[in-house]
Each structure stands twice: as structure tokens, then as C-alpha cells.
Ligand binder design. Structure first.
Ligand SMILES: C[S@@+](CC[C@H](N)C(=O)[O-])C[C@H]1O[C@@H](n2cnc3c(N)ncnc32)[C@H](O)[C@@H]1O
Length: 299
């Protein structure tokens, strides 16, 4: 895995753990119960794969069958997990999108003239990168290969997918030496749109691998990020998450999954899922996440 990506994931992890957790109790109870149920339902005779295993804050490793493997790009994730859970599971440290290294190299090429090593001005570099991004097609080849070799019966994705876009943005910012985005939210920003389209392709490719894996899937992810302090309620489940959010007037709602619908990409209607639930996670003052948890069982 590329150095900039592992450094970035380590920094993101520290920032995540350094946050004030005092309002997280309800979320942690629910996510641990959900992932714990997935681990207990897994066939203990077959490998189990835990993607985005992180430091094990959300993953009740005590319930994981002995053939469970963690997967996370953060180079410290297994050590943190060992400290937290007194367990040293097999681990894969690799980029789950398969496309971050190419994204990073492309941003570097856009920022720097390869023949002179000189930096381009920010506007020219942003235009170049915007032009280059549509040709990048992230493909999670390592994940596909691991699954083909090990044939896991159950795969958990533990709050990971919503990070693909954030990490992609941070990689681009690192190469540019600061945010290259248009600061005016009212104006169209072609580079931001191109990075969002890249994120969409990365999530589609990742979910295609999970869909084709034949494994039972227990997925939990940020479905939306809501900024602002006003009241926010959830109505009964709606396939379209925007319709489930109540009282969001005056709040700013972002979609870390770039407009994608996870059940559709898994090849099922929401009705074909064994479980589906959503809850609100108060991450920080003025920032709440709508978390979605889905279970796909195979016949
Ligand atoms: C919000 S954290 C999840 C926390 C984790 N479930 C736990 O219990 O600690 C997201 C995790 O996904 C990992 N991650 C994000 N993007 C990744 C990528 N492209 N490849 C591999 N891991 C990634 C991060 O390193 C981080 O540990």
C-alpha cells in the first residue's frame, strides 16, 4: 500500500479516536450488537472477513469465530485491536478500493510538471486533474483475490464505505498542499464533482465484489452526514433514506455514498434484505450521521 495512504489512514484514525466519545454510547451499543450478531450467525467452519476492522471500537472480537480475519489500511489497526481485545487475528493491510494509489499518482502528475518538476498553479492543476479523473476505474483486485482464495462464509463491512470519498478528498488535498475546492458552495466545482464520480465508481466496484462473493453480508455504513443543530427525527423505514429523515429543514445533509443505493448494487430490492435498520449517531456538536445497517443472507 502506498505510503501517503497509510499515513493518511493512520492520521484519520487518530483524529477519529481523539474525538469526544461522550455522545456515542447509543451508537456503539447498536453497532456492536449488530456486528456481534453477524459474528455469532457466521458458520464457524468457514472464514469470516471483517472489513474496516479499525481499532475494534465497534467490533466485538470476543464473538468472532477463530477463522476471522481483519482488514484495514491503517498500519496500526491490528495493534490497537490487540490492545483493546487481547487478540492477534490474521490481518490484511491493503487499500479496499484498489484505486487510491492511482488516484494519488494522478493528482501528483496534475500538480507537478513531470519534465521540470515545477509545481503548476492551483487552477491549472485542478483543471488537469478534473480532466484525468474520469479515466480512472478503481478495482478492488486484492479483495476479489482474497475472497476467491479463502471463500469466506460471512463478510462484515464495519463503517468503512462512507470513508472512501473522504479519504480520496484528503489524498487530493495532500498533493495540492491544501484544499483545491471552490470555497463558494453555490458555485459548481468540477474537480469536486470529478472526485465524487470517482468515489461513486469505487463504491460500485467494492459492492460488486461483495455481491459476487456468495458470502452472507453484514454491512454498516454512514448513509448521510447531517450538519446543524436543529431537531432531527427518523420516521419508519423508507427505501429512500431522504424520506425517512424528519425535521431536517435548515440542516445541511451530505451523502457520503455519492447518491448510490446499496441494496440495488447488491442486486436485491430492500425487501429482499434479511435486516435493515437506520439510526442517528451524534458524532460531534452540529454533526450527526445517519447510520444504515443491512444484512444479506444467501439461500
Ligand atoms: C470509521 S473507521 C471504522 C472503525 C472500525 N470499524 C472500528 O471498530 O474501529 C473506518 C476504517 O476504515 C479504514 N479505511 C478507510 N478507507 C480504507 C481503504 N480504502 N482501505 C482500507 N481501509 C480503509 C480506516 O483505516 C478505518 O479504520
Amino acid at each position: 500500500m502506498s505510503k501517503p495512504l497509510s499515513r493518511l489512514l493512520r492520521q484519520e484514525q487518530f483524529a477519529f479516536l481523539a474525538r469526544n466519545h461522550s455522545g456515542w454510547g447509543g451508537h456503539l451499543d447498536r453497532v456492536r450488537a449488530f456486528l456481534g450478531e453477524g459474528l455469532q450467525a457466521a458458520d464457524p467452519a468457514r472464514p469470516v472477513l471483517i472489513l474496516g476492522a479499525g481499532t475494534g471500537l465497534e467490533v466485538p472480537w470476543a464473538l468472532a469465530p477463530s477463522l476471522s480475519t481483519g482488514w484495514d489500511g491503517d498500519p496500526w489497526s491490528r495493534a490497537w485491536t490487540a490492545l483493546r481485545h487481547r487478540r492477534w487475528p490474521p490481518w490484511v493491510f491493503a487499500d479496499l478500493t484498489g484505486g487510491m494509489a492511482e488516484l494519488e499518482a494522478t493528482a501528483r502528475r496534475a500538480v507537478m510538471e513531470p519534465w521540470s518538476g515545477r509545481r503548476r498553479d492551483r487552477e491549472t492543476a485542478a483543471k488537469r486533474l478534473t480532466g484525468l479523473l474520469p479515466s480512472l476505474c478503481p478495482e478492488p483486485a486484492s479483495l476479489r483475490a482474497w475472497i476467491a482464495l479463502n471463500r469466506p462464509g460471512t463478510i462484515l463491512a464495519a463503517n468503512l464505505m462512507g470513508q472512501f470519498g473522504v479519504v480520496a478528498q484528503r489524498l487530493v488535498e495532500t498533493r495540492f498542499g491544501g484544499p483545491p475546492w471552490d470555497p463558494d458552495p453555490e458555485r459548481a466545482d468540477p474537480l469536486a464533482e470529478a472526485v465524487e464520480a470517482w468515489t461513486r465508481r469505487a463504491i460500485e466496484a467494492f459492492l460488486a465484489v461483495l455481491r459476487d462473493s456468495g458470502a452472507d453480508l453484514w454491512l454498516v455504513h454512514d448513509r448521510a452526514v447531517v450538519f446543524g443543530e436543529g431537531p432531527l427525527d427518523l420516521g419508519p423505514w423508507e427505501p429512500d433514506w431522504t424520506r425517512q429523515l424528519r425535521g431536517q429543514a435548515g440542516l445541511e445533509v451530505g451523502d457520503p455514498l455519492a447518491g448510490l443505493d446499496v441494496p440495488t448494487l447488491l442486486g436485491v430490492e430492500a425487501i429482499g434484505l434479511a435486516r435493515k435498520e437506520r439510526w442517528v449517531w451524534p458524532v460531534a456538536p452540529g454533526q450527526r450521521h445517519l447510520v444504515e445497517a443491512l444484512v444479506l443472507r444467501r439461500p
